[in-house]
Design a protein around this ligand. Sequence first.
Ligand SMILES: [Zn+2]
Length: 455
Amino acid sequence: MPLGDKSKSKGIWNNVLEKSEKKLANWKSQYLSLGGRATLINSVLDALPTYMMSVYPMPASVRDRLDVIRRNFLWQGNCDPNKHKFHLVKWNEVLVSKKEGGLGTRNLKIQNHSLLMKWLWRFASQEQSLWKDTIKARYGMETRWISNIATQPYGTGVWRTIRNLWPKLINKCTIKIGDGGKTLFWEEVWAGQVSLKASFPELFSLSLQKVATVKEMRDAQGWNLKFRRPLNDWEVNRMVEFLNILERYKELSNREDKLLWAPDTQGRFSVGTAYRNSQRTHTQSSYWPWKMIWKVKVPFKVACFTWLLAKQVVLTQDNRMKKGLDLCSRCFFCECETETINHLFLHCKETVKLWQIFINKRGISWSMPGSIKEALACWNRDGNQSGHRERWKIVPACIWWTIWLERNQRCFEDKSCSMEKMKLKCLALFYFWCKHEYPHEDEDITSMLESLRSS
Ligand SMILES: [Zn+2]
């Protein structure tokens, strides 16, 4: 635990920034898909400053710089920076977990805070250590769990920032009462879900033991409660309620009180649970078909494409026009409607023929939903009766990827395949992805399609 104030200076971060930039420059990322770049960002770039982040608060300016590097790499790769590429999804949406609609790219601020909170956890739950004693001596203790807030204007760098995270930690903790020696009777949460002060404010205001620990409120006979004056008749009922709660704790053990980290079932703090827990509060809770995007056995770059589709940001003609590009908005397949995401991938009378292969095979009736998100949800629901649910879930990505490859050929290379050939390509993808993920020897495409039938 570094306590010196110099550690906060930006100098120590320059190295991290340099390394990250160099690392990215070395990747031949112009050949990588969005999925490939997302993987690199998550696996390598984020790992770089982890050691630093678990020890030092990251200055906002460094974080911003790293975010710019990461964001540009995600959307631009190492392409010529003068060649403009669209950042299709807002960066703060990219940082959200996959479950909640993002790409699961690490949020550096939350990651940094979660790593630093570990020090607070250790401080509160470890018996003794040199660094803890040093902090105790330097700042004094606010409660038996944590030091005072570091208010001195200088010389307090690292601990000051870490100490400020304490409310975030303690608000997610409950106390498992042992001998009651570390826990404040009124202020801290040990009996029930909130503090006794919050549950019984009128009794608290009468108490003469406002800062006593649980242990100090006890004597050999039991609870030793002192109030400013005798209770009025109308206060007696509340007192009975109060005593009923305390009754549950009439036997105290001789073990030390312990903090329990609520987000973990075992009550143990971990950086992972802290990260997920603080990230969750940053997002809305509307339905998002994340399993149909990320839990489907297709190549990661294809899953990323499905993600962009569900986000409605793939650069179809209408989206390009909104960004001021291209004038022709006609669908490359039917040549009569405007090319929108919903048209091209769901409703076009030509591309719908790809869906029919699978729908006919299953013998179900299917009416195409209005959006990609709904289509994924419905397809997933229909898969419940499929003989091979996991394979059924591959189908939408398979169709959409086929459409997109063909569409780009028609758009940019002026080449086109017939619908029959597209169907074959789509089936070949399906075959290949199934084969790759569910290898059954000698299984041919016919039996693979058969396996989709209702069982
Ligand atoms: Zn069309």
